[in-house]
Write a protein that binds this ligand. Structure first.
Ligand code: ADP
Ligand code: MG
Length: 255
């Protein structure tokens, strides 16, 4: 692990109206580290990863990717918002996987994985195609390249979405409940792909309500409640020795 975290989140605040969805969140994620985020519904987990991916603006604090400030730049001694194309470039250095897979329905599986590489990263089409084929094989979909999303199960669609996110060689992968829209029998095929990425050294934040997975895959686990990080620790500390009564109460719902 190098000293500089891949991602640094410092005292980040986000309001929706007068509700504080994020109320001063701090989080560092180091190279190769897998951080899982657990917590009750409405605790700010999605807002956190959406802010990191710059799908939401923040109202306070700062975030850095490889030491570079996200979303803002210095201009004549003041911070000003980055122009859209620079935000897009920063976003392109992260991969995000949503609960709903968000594939383009009219494109083949292969094209879904090729497109961002060419459009956002200017990769040559032939090179993008090679990379897409390699990644689709990695997620177990080598035989589905010409299929359209509607012809696939939810688990297969989510694996395409993972391949698509990986195709731009992100510095960090962000997962927001990647299995919560899936039928129960399809959950494992997606989790095993995520686990494979973790073992391959990918840096990741994974929001999940699959508690046994959150424990198994994590180097570190973060418990959020009411827009705050209430507790953070190793999986053993979080799941076997929860310190705060709120985490104890949360975990008791799953046992
Ligand atoms: P979680 O992912 O932990 O369930 P969210 O991050 O989705 O929680 O939401 C945190 C809080 O922010 C909730 O109270 C939610 O209702 C609110 N919230 C999230 N997104 C929006 C939005 N776009 N507009 C208004 N309120 C929102
Ligand atoms: Mg959520």
């Amino acid at each position: 692990m190098s000293d500089m975290p891949v991602l640094r989140v410092r005292d980040v605040r986000k309001r929706f109206g007068d509700h504080a969805a994020l109320d001063g969140v701090n989080l560092d994620v180091h190279e190769g580290e897998v951080v899982t985020v657990i917590g009750p519904s409405g605790s700010g987990k999605s807002t956190l990863v959406r802010c990191v991916h710059q799908l939401e603006s923040i109202d306070g604090g700062a975030m850095y990717l490889d030491g570079e400030l996200l979303g803002y730049e210095m201009h004549r001694g003041h911070l000003r918002p980055l122009p859209d194309r620079k935000v897009a470039a920063q976003r392109g250095r992260m991969g995000m996987v949503f609960q709903q897979f968000n594939l383009f329905p009219h494109w083949s599986v292969l094209r879904n994985v090729i497109e961002a590489q060419v459009a956002v990263h200017g990769r040559r089409p032939e090179e993008a195609r090679e990379e897409a084929l390699r990644l689709l094989k990695r997620v177990g979909l080598a035989g589905k390249t010409d299929a359209h999303p509607r012809q696939l199960s939810g688990g297969q669609q989510q694996r395409v979405a993972i391949a698509r996110a990986l195709a731009t060689q992100p510095r960090i992968m962000l997962f927001d409940e990647p299995t919560s829209a899936l039928d129960p029998e399809l959950v494992d095929e997606v989790l095993s792909v995520v686990l494979d990425l973790a073992r391959g050294g990918m840096t990741m934040i994974i929001v999940t309500h699959e508690m046994s997975f959150a424990r198994e895959v994590a180097d570190r686990c973060v418990f959020m409640e009411e827009g705050r990080v209430v507790e953070t620790g190793t999986p053993e500390e979080i799941f076997d020795n929860p310190a705060s009564p709120r985490l104890q109460a949360f975990l008791s719902r799953f046992s």
